[in-house]
Design a protein around this ligand. Structure first.
Ligand code: PNS
Length: 175
């Protein structure tokens, strides 16, 4: 059973079960939010790790991605969002004290992509990956498809939050 302790950083759960939900989140979609919310119901604490490649310019800056994730999850008290550049996921997991990696699976294609990474991560440090089946109503959603649809004038309502949709449209107008 966890017990509460207070540190300079605020109350922490000693022995808390903490997981990491990693991704590029460029931008966060309703599929991502569903997985984060379900992870938050399973674990004491969820660290959403925005992993970005400093050599690649995304649609949103890492800070913008973080703000958009926070906006979609701000009602969840046990979720925090952190940014990591050019790091191995296993090192991130160790640094934040996560005992598991949680990822959503949208189907066979995701599984084929995710399985070698899960096995490699377990090989490196022993950390397990927990796969949550994607909600069928959200299976078709990915950040890249959302961006493609928006770039060609399609409506992305219902695929991302209203705030993400508006941020995406504003970003496209800047270009
Ligand atoms: O949202 P994405 O793009 O599917 O996320 C992929 C991500 C960032 C989770 C994955 O590329 C990753 O774990 N990158 C960190 C670097 C790393 O650990 N690579 C080895 C994986 S076995």
């Amino acid at each position: 059973m966890s017990s509460a302790e207070t540190t300079q950083a605020g109350p922490v759960q000693v022995g808390a079960r903490r997981c990491v939900c990693p991704g590029s989140y460029d931008p966060v979609t309703l599929g991502h939010t569903d997985v984060i919310r379900r992870a938050a119901a399973l674990y004491d604490e969820v660290v959403v790790a925005v992993l970005h490649n400093p050599a690649k310019r995304g649609t949103f800056t890492p800070q913008e991605r973080r703000d958009l994730i926070i906006d979609t999850c701000d009602d969840l008290g046990n979720v925090r969002v952190e940014l990591f550049a050019g790091r191995l996921l296993v090192d991130v997991a160790r640094e934040v004290g996560a005992s598991a990696i949680v990822k959503g699976l949208r189907g066979g294609t995701d599984f084929a992509y995710e399985l070698p990474m899960a096995l490699m991560n377990r090989h490196l440090t022993g950390i397990e990956t927990v796969f949550l089946p994607g909600d069928p109503s959200l299976e078709h959603i990915s950040s890249s498809l959302v961006k493609e649809v928006a770039a060609h004038g399609g409506d992305v309502s219902g695929l991302v939050s209203d705030r993400v949709r508006d941020a995406l449209l504003a970003r496209l107008q800047e270009r």
